[in-house]
Design a protein around this ligand. Structure first.
Ligand code: CO8
Length: 258
């Protein structure tokens, strides 16, 4: 049983809710280790087709826990940063699609947690920012790396050097957020998007994610070769036969993740 998060599963969609609302879900060591344990559950679950991460209360996550970090030494800071960054990377490397449903403040480590997901959806109440320099630190859970990759270096530098907060509409304008919803419609929107992913052939969705994520780190020729290999591997799956067979026979496909 977790103390600071909830993990629920509804058929092929998992929902991980960060839940320490009295501290605006600020990430302390326990919370990070519980997120890590839930991600291990997700990795082991071969039926799951999409993971949604959201927060309880008025925040998604208002950052790493400042009270815990306040007295850290250089060595402790290095270890806390290393662990948090490893948890974010583990989320990013999940084979299945991930959606951050950002219900409120996504600041510092919270913005970094959202950026470790494939897609960010936001409530009209959401606020994003990397306020670390105002606390005397740099972003430490890979915000200096993922924010420029998402919005470009100039916008990332403006946000990180100023530490300012932006609203959901500004985050969408910048390309950080895919879609903005009324607060009460956010989870419905996230689940609808998740359903639009899990209805498709799971292996083809996973391979598509691998092509995009790995390909973006490669030169274009290597990336095209990777796509060609994973495209070819689809033809060794039962789901390719089923998907194309269903089209030709004018019926709905039933995919088996094989
Ligand atoms: N850490 C600890 N406690 C927090 C945090 C936080 N990040 N954010 C909010 N809280 C607590 C408050 O202390 C308060 O507790 P209490 O009721 O006991 O006083 C409670 O949550 C409610 O917060 P507020 O009363 O402040 O709520 P408001 O609605 O007035 O304000 C804000 C909301 C604007 C979000 C405000 O709480 C705030 O500015 N929070 C801090 C935001 C921030 O600076 N986040 C970045 C933290 S640094 C970080 O994330 C670095 C990540 C990498 C670390 C690498 C380490 C090596």
């Amino acid at each position: 049983m977790y103390q600071t998060i909830r993990y629920e599963k509804n058929e092929k969609i998992g929902v991980l809710t960060i839940s320490r609302p009295a501290a605006l879900n600020a990430l302390n060591s326990l919370e990070l280790s519980e997120i890590n344990a839930a991600i291990a559950e997700v990795e082991a679950d071969k039926e799951l087709g999409c993971l949604i991460i959201t927060g309880d209360g008025k925040a998604f996550v208002a950052g790493a826990d400042i009270s815990e970090m306040r007295t850290m030494t250089l060595t402790e800071g290095r270890e806390f940063g290393r662990y948090g960054a490893a948890v974010m990377r583990r989320i990013e490397k999940l084979e299945i699609p991930t959606i951050a449903a950002v219900n409120g403040f996504a600041l510092g480590g919270g913005c970094e947690l959202a950026m470790s997901c494939d897609i960010i959806l936001a409530s009209e109440k959401a606020k994003f920012g990397q306020p670390e320099v105002g606390l005397g630190i740099t972003p430490g859970f890979s915000g200096t790396q993922r924010l420029p990759r998402r919005v470009g270096t100039a916008k990332a530098k403006e946000l990180i050097f100023s530490g300012k907060m932006i609203n959901a509409a500004q985050a969408k304008e910048m390309g950080l957020v895919n879609e903005v919803y009324a607060p009460e419609a956010l989870m419905e929107g996230a689940v609808a998007m998740a359903q639009s992913f899990v209805k498709n052939a799971p292996i083809a969705v996973k391979y598509s994610k691998a092509c995009i994520d790995r390909g973006m780190q490669m030169d274009i020729d290597g990336a095209i070769a990777l796509e060609n290999e994973l495209f070819a591997m689809c033809f060794a799956t039962a789901d390719q036969k089923e998907g194309m067979g269903a089209f030709v026979e004018k019926r709905a496909a039933t995919f088996e993740n094989k």
